[in-house]
Design a protein around this ligand. Structure first.
Ligand code: CDP
Length: 217
């Protein structure tokens, strides 16, 4: 088999990026965080004063953008924005940017180019459903809202970003709603995906289960 494409989709804070990173390392593949791409476009919109609902202006921004995801870092027009894109002000607006058709078209094209040689684990919302419908393995990770909010709150705290548990929970619920209800590439369980509810499971258990699944099939 050519180098595989593995997609990991799911709602906000389900642990996709932590898990996807470790699955990639364990299978010797490259990890691509597609949420970081939408976050980077959002950050640039905020910095340049572009309205997150203005499809035409966002299209112009996204068309000219240089995005690089390497060594676990995210570079926007050459600048390392890995920390800035995780800030609450970006989390609050990213789903508005991500629902714009033109932005999705441009990001989808970039994602397909980045994965053109295979050998990648990609996490996002529409990886298995729209961007790579014929991926070799499709995973859908989920967990209860409480657990997702708890995990994300702890993660932010560890990075020194102070935000209340309720704010984190509210952001997760709001993003899930926009991401699921949008017209273009909404958050869905992709056809043929393996659904894994990670509530009560450790990261190790989740990683092991996915690696096992991708080795046996
Ligand atoms: O916070 P979390 O890590 O769960 O989210 P993320 O993966 O960083 O994605 C941030 C936002 O980008 C999502 O809430 C979606 O609005 C959007 N997104 C998307 O629309 N499609 C993707 N493939 C990935 C992310």
């Amino acid at each position: 088999m050519a180098l595989p494409v593995i997609t990991i989709d799911g709602p906000a804070g389900a642990g996709k990026s932590t898990v996807a990173k470790r699955v990639a390392t364990s299978l010797g593949l490259t990890y691509l965080d597609t949420g970081a791409m939408y976050r980077a476009v959002t950050l640039l919109a905020q910095r340049t004063g572009v309205d997150v609902n203005d499809d035409l202006l966002l299209k112009r921004l996204a068309e000219d953008i240089s995005l690089k995801l390497t060594g676990g870092r995210v570079y926007l027009n050459g600048e390392d924005v890995s920390e800035d894109i995780r800030k609450p002000e970006v989390s609050d607006k990213v789903s508005f940017v991500a629902r714009q058709r033109s932005v999705r078209e441009i990001m989808t094209k970039l994602q397909r180019e980045m994965a053109s040689n295979g050998g990648v684990v990609l996490d996002g919302r529409d990886m298995g459903s729209v961007v790579f419908p014929s991926a070799d393995y499709k995973i859908f990770l989920t967990a209860s809202v409480e657990e997702r909010a708890r995990r994300r709150h702890a993660e932010l705290e560890q990075k020194g970003i102070i935000v209340s548990f309720d704010e984190v929970k509210h952001n997760i619920i709001a993003r899930d709603k926009i991401d699921s209800e949008r017209e273009v590439a909404p958050l869905r369980v992709p056809e043929g995906a393996y659904i894994l509810d990670t509530t009560g499971l450790t990261i190790d258990e989740v990683v092991q289960e996915i690696v096992r699944k991708c080795r046996i099939d």
